[in-house]
Design a protein around this ligand. Structure first.
Ligand code: SAM
Length: 296
């Protein structure tokens, strides 16, 4: 494979993709990074194919080489491009926040499914309520879950909590960019949260402090990932703390690790939730569990 790094020639788009392939990079990642280097929208993969004999300019080649090196050092594509698609929304993302994963859309889908269709029509899963729905996202990071819920349910009032002030800067900027009226709270879980909610969702840190997989996630904030010796410290706090902040028949829905579903369901049951169940992620793994606060 020709190295264009120190060459005066510039490669074609096809040669860039072949270079990335030879270095073991996934095709989709390489296409996104190439579009980013060309300063084109990241969804224009068809354009790349149709124009694959185009030559890069020297500036584009410099950007491509930087992107390639960063990705080869295992940095998430989203941090390199500065953008991530989540639930049809384009979010600004950087190393201050977790790179939102497509699997987390499962949690959003479930959250939307337990809500009444509108505030004036009741469903079996939740009683009729003439007040606006109140939704809470705990550990919002980039704002992904809260913004997706607010986008899908403009009639709801959505709050989002994070303990990280720098994550909240990213989340607030995303809300402003998307013109979504989510309200953000800097808080250690419920410490500064008041009131009750019809739905609480959370994708909290759930990796054990000494988990060997953490080395592969070294670019993401540790505070977003780890949760005590067994990875369950934050899930425990959220399961117990949510009871005081859920309306009667309100739902708590949690994302967790692929091997934590049984334990999280047990935590929910022991705490007194009903209809405790798990949902599968896109890979068919039980990665979300939740339950309903019993009606009074
Ligand atoms: C796994 S990330 C999830 C981010 C985002 N919700 C998503 O799905 O992409 C967990 C988030 O919880 C936040 N967090 C960790 N400990 C917290 C605490 N004690 N109180 C509030 N937020 C916390 C982290 O800062 C991080 O943003």
């Amino acid at each position: 494979m020709k190295d264009f790094h120190n060459s005066h020639e510039t490669p074609t788009l096809a040669q860039c993709l072949a270079q990335a392939h030879a270095l073991g990079m996934a095709r989709l990642d390489a296409q996104m990074l190439l579009l980013h280097s060309l300063e084109r929208p990241l969804h224009e993969r068809a354009w790349l194919l149709a124009n694959d004999t185009n030559l890069l300019s020297p500036a584009q080649l410099a950007a491509w080489n930087v992107a390639l090196q960063r990705r080869l050092a295992s940095e998430p594509v989203a941090y390199i491009t500065g953008r991530k698609e989540f639930f049809g929304l384009t979010l600004a993302v950087d190393a201050r926040v977790l790179d939102p994963r497509p699997d987390t859309e499962t949690l959003v889908d479930w959250g939307l499914a337990v809500l009444p269709v509108s505030t004036s029509s009741a469903t079996d899963s939740m009683p009729e309520n003439s007040e606006p729905l109140r939704l809470l996202d705990l550990g919002t990071g980039s704002g992904a879950i809260a913004l997706a819920l607010q986008f899908a349910r403009p009639d709801a009032h959505v709050w989002a909590v994070d303990v990280s002030e720098s994550a909240l800067v990213v989340a607030r900027a995303n809300a402003a960019q998307l013109k979504l009226p989510v309200k953000f709270i800097a808080s250690d879980w419920f410490d500064r949260v008041s009131g009750v909610f019809d739905l609480i969702v959370s994708n909290p840190p759930y990796i054990a402090d000494a988990d060997p997989h953490l080395t592969a996630l070294r670019h993401e904030p540790l505070q977003a990932l780890t949760s005590g010796p067994d990875g369950l410290a934050d899930l425990r706090r959220i399961v117990t703390g949510s009871l005081a902040h859920l309306a009667s028949s309100g739902w708590l829905l949690l994302e967790h690790g692929f091997d934590q579903a049984d334990t999280v369901r047990a935590l929910l049951t022991q705490a007194g939730y009903t209809h405790v169940q798990s949902h599968n992620d896109l890979a068919g793994l039980a990665r979300c569990s939740g339950g309903q606060k019993p009606p009074k």
